[in-house]
Design a protein around this ligand. Structure first.
Ligand code: HEC
Ligand code: HEC
Length: 338
């Protein structure tokens, strides 16, 4: 009796494993950059494969996800701008309607637990619904998108390659999009090569800037991802009163006008800056920290006295920030639309 049960269990496990292997592409092992911490994304729930990545990439760049076919994820997340929307303070969607905020970069998402400027989304695999259904972004419904994909010449076969059958489901659609986005890893800037001792040196100005940055900025823009991923009020004068940031999510007044500390990777390429894109240059950002801080109930304690910065110090910090530009990432053909 015992033997029979053991045998059945083994047979079942074997059938499960071989059936998975037959139809699915082998999983790609994501290579964690040497200077990065461990990713926080749970890859066991969505192992990345070549076919899944290719499907996700096709979806990311396909206007079919929007109502009139004109807006893809890639319209607002443009690779050469660090996957942000160049030239727009508030990013623009369908019929050129502005959204509430400045587009965030798609980079190193496997290291993030929460998404959006206010942390309103906490699972990457559930993410894509919000831009698709927002009337000023893609203005489409998910069921419609899935129908369009089911009746499409190329997609059912791509779903089959990625997930084993032609079935187009919400979960598969979102997982494929995540697979592409998770592969958008930016870790090859001049700074990275310098800290990994890959034969790259920084200039005196850049090194001076790095030291100043560590003293004055790295309490919030901390570590190799340049963020502690907390929500803070960095003293911006209130722009759009209705956008209370983290307060919109927690409904706690103490969180009003707090926004996520953003990463500063590729910062040179992702202007304009702040959640509403109000600052056009890094010079203006530094002037804000030096003399533009607005006192308020929720202002971060560290900024109550502003950050003293001389002209020379500002120039050095900017020189350092530019070493975070990762040209290889922004021109990587693997991630490009064409
Ligand atoms: C109309 C422009 C627009 C379109 C289209 C768009 N996005 Fe975004 N995206 C944004 C903006 C703006 C934000 C920041 C939103 C916020 O914080 O409120 C954002 C944020 C994100 C983030 C969060 C990044 C982070 O660090 O938290 C991800 C992931 C993302 N978008 C993926 C997508 C995907 C996938 C699609 C396609 C299904 C898409 N976006 C379509 C404008 C757009
Ligand atoms: C108290 C925490 C804190 C300190 C200290 C701090 N920042 Fe920030 N920083 C933030 C927050 C929060 C935001 C996002 C604010 C928003 O958009 O509402 C931000 C945004 C930025 C942005 C815009 C990023 C983007 O993608 O739009 C830049 C650039 C920046 N900070 C650079 C610096 C520099 C340089 C220093 C040191 C001189 C510094 N920060 C010090 C919390 C901080």
């Amino acid at each position: 009796m015992m033997k029979k049960i053991t045998f059945t269990i083994c047979a079942l496990i074997f059938a499960f494993i071989s059936c998975q292997n037959q139809s699915l592409d082998p999983a790609i092992q994501l290579s964690v950059p040497k200077n990065f911490p461990k990713p926080v994304y749970d890859f066991s729930k969505n192992p990345i494969s070549n076919a899944g990545f290719e499907l996700g990439k096709a979806l990311f760049y396909d206007g079919l996800l929007s109502k009139d076919g004109t807006i893809s994820c890639g319209s607002c997340h443009q690779q050469q701008a660090g996957f942000t929307q160049h030239g727009h303070d508030l990013s623009h969607g369908i019929n050129d309607l502005p959204t509430l905020r400045n587009a965030l970069p798609i980079q190193n998402l496997a290291w993030q637990k929460e998404f959006f400027w206010d942390g309103g989304v906490f699972n990457l695999d559930l993410f894509a619904i919000s831009p698709i259904e927002a009337h000023n972004e893609m203005d489409e419904t998910l069921p419609n998108v899935l129908d369009k994909l089911r009746n499409h010449a190329k997609y059912p076969a791509m779903f089959e390659k990625a997930f084993g059958t032609k079935e187009v489901t919400t979960a598969r659609f979102l997982k494929a999009l995540s697979q592409f986005q998770l592969m958008c890893i930016s870790a090859n800037s001049k700074y990275d090569k310098y800290v990994r001792n890959e034969g790259v040196t920084l200039t005196d100005d850049e090194l001076g800037g790095l030291q100043l940055f560590k003293q004055k900025c790295a309490t919030c823009h901390v570590g190799e991802l340049f963020s502690d991923f907390s929500y803070r009020n960095n003293g911006l004068p209130i722009g759009n009163e209705e956008d209370t940031g983290r307060g919109r999510i927690t409904l706690n007044k103490e969180d009003n006008y707090k926004f996520r500390v953003p990463s500063l990777r590729n910062i040179e390429a992702t202007r304009p800056y702040m959640h509403d894109g109000r600052f056009r240059s890094l010079e203006v950002v530094l002037e804000h920290y030096e003399k533009g801080i607005m006192q308020s109930q929720t202002l971060d304690n560290q900024l109550k006295n502003e950050i003293p910065l001389s002209a020379d110090e500002k120039q050095k910090i900017i020189a350092f920030l530019k070493t975070l530009t990762d040209e290889e990432f922004m021109s990587n053909k693997l991630l490009s639309e064409f």
